[in-house]
Design a protein around this ligand. Structure first.
Ligand code: SF4
Length: 445
């Protein structure tokens, strides 16, 4: 979501004359878009501000003014504290206010130190939907689009409900307009994002609330869009309509990121996840019944307060039961202000030992999943040049990186690729004969 927000901040600043640079030392404005999920997030931000302040002072010595803005969830959480601790910061802008950046930057340029972390009444996405006020542009053939923000679930380890606020969904028409603009700019794959994306319930074009399944069906009809994905889902919000969409929609990729966090019912209850292990497995079974080749990925927290060896073994057994294509796993670390931070903690050495065992199990399944594609053909959306001359990198339907020798003109097209080698992080292949996938032919291939 921060990647999406960063792009949109740049898009809203473009009409004011700002352009992105890859060289921070050349920038007139540096925006730190921060994440509060990370451990010691605020301290990391202050140390980064210190680094940028050195650049700001060097520019000032040359007579050039550089502005520093801090955006995102740390800005939201710290507010005024940031300008108190770091006077070199000119603008603090919360995650719901980045559409106001042009005004805030103009005020800062006039010498004011500006803090804006209110939850505003106007809709930041309205600004984005306006071609006059935001120059939405593509940054490749894939793009994120936020459809939902915030969360009402209050898992006991998580800061999102406090930093991103209550759950809100964008109206369908607004999302369609943004996706159409991205498709016209060359985007072929859209990933719909939200902290709890399948809780989506935005207003439909007919005025009635729309589910994520309905939204996906609508977006599959946007000319130029070949692939759809969404993340991150909550098992409780995986409704029948979304399950059916996976069975019926060709553009919806056979890949679901479905965080479970733990395989133990008592830990799931302590986390306030609002589902049991069996309910989670039932969701996976329903999805697989509609589309057998679905790949699943997940998130795991090990060493949550109160986790016993027996609880942890239940997590390992769940990993074996699902057979994940990959997964993210972390040791639990307390986030100040969340209920779990006050619970009795598991010793670090226990957490660390369990994390190693869990990651070994995940890696075993990931290798087995990838090995199953050796010698098979996969449809690959070619995204960008690879490391070797003449090589392109793309993504399989299952989100695996695939490297293949192909002409640059094929970027943005879907090619059929025969997998010749399975590496630890990506697959390698050769264009199949013919390397043409129904929607598009590859020029020159
Ligand atoms: S559902 Fe996800 S975003 Fe919401 S509180 Fe739980 S972990 Fe956080």
């Amino acid at each position: 979501m921060n990647v999406y927000d960063s792009h949109r901040m740049a898009d809203t600043l473009a009409p004011a004359g700002f352009a992105e640079t890859a060289r921070p030392e050349e920038a007139d404005l540096v925006i730190l878009n921060t994440c509060h999920i990370r451990e010691k997030a605020a301290e990391k931000v202050y140390s980064e501000i210190g680094r940028i302040r050195v650049m700001k002072e060097a520019a000032a010595a040359e007579g050039r003014r550089v502005l520093i803005a801090v955006a995102g969830c740390v800005a939201q959480a710290e507010g005024e504290e940031i300008v108190r601790r770091a006077p070199s910061v000119d603008v603090v802008v919360g995650s719901q206010n980045y559409h106001r950046l042009p005004t805030l930057i103009a005020r800062a340029a006039g010498g004011e130190q500006v803090v804006d972390t209110e939850f505003p009444v106007e809709d930041k996405f309205e600004v984005l939907a306006s071609p006059e006020r935001a120059a939405i542009r593509a940054r490749g053939v894939t793009a994120f689009v936020t459809v939902q923000e915030g969360c009402d679930k209050f898992c006991t380890f998580c800061v999102v409900p406090y930093t991103r606020g209550a759950e809100v969904s964008r109206p369908v028409a607004q999302i369609v307009a943004e996706v159409e603009r991205l498709a016209e700019a060359g985007v072929r794959e859209i990933t719909l994002i939200g902290q709890n994306v399948n809780a989506y319930h935005g207003q439909g074009e007919d005025g009635a609330p729309s589910s994520l399944g309905r939204l996906l069906r609508r977006l599959a009809g946007v000319p130029g869009i070949l692939r759809l994905r969404y993340t991150t889902s909550h098992p409780r919000d995986m409704d029948d309509d979304l399950v059916r969409a996976h069975a019926e929609l060709e553009a919806l990729m056979p890949y679901v990121h479905l965080p479970v966090q733990s395989g133990s019912d008592s830990i799931l209850a302590a986390m306030n996840r609002r589902h049991t292990r069996d309910e989670y497995l039932a969701v996976i079974a329903a999805l697989r019944a509609g589309r057998a080749d679905l790949a699943f990925t997940s998130d795991f927290i090990v060493g949550f307060p109160g986790e016993t060896e027996e609880d942890f073994r239940a997590t390992l057994a769940l990993v074996d039961a699902v057979g994940y294509a990959s997964a993210f796993s972390f040791m639990y670390s307390p986030r100040p202000g969340t209920p779990a931070a006050e619970m009795e903690q598991v010793p670090d050495e226990v957490k660390s030992e369990r994390l190693q065992r869990l990651q070994a199990a995940i890696t075993r399944h990931q290798r087995a999943f990838n090995a199953g594609f050796a010698g098979r053909d996969l449809d690959v959306l070619l995204e960008k040049p690879g490391k070797l001359p003449g090589q392109l990198v793309g993504k399989s339907p299952y989100l695996q990186a695939v490297q293949v020798m192909a002409p640059r003109s094929a970027i943005g097209q879907i090619a059929r690729v025969t997998i010749t080698e399975v590496g630890s992080n990506s697959l390698f292949g050769a264009l199949a004969e013919p390397a043409i996938v129904p929607q598009l032919a590859i020029a020159g291939a």
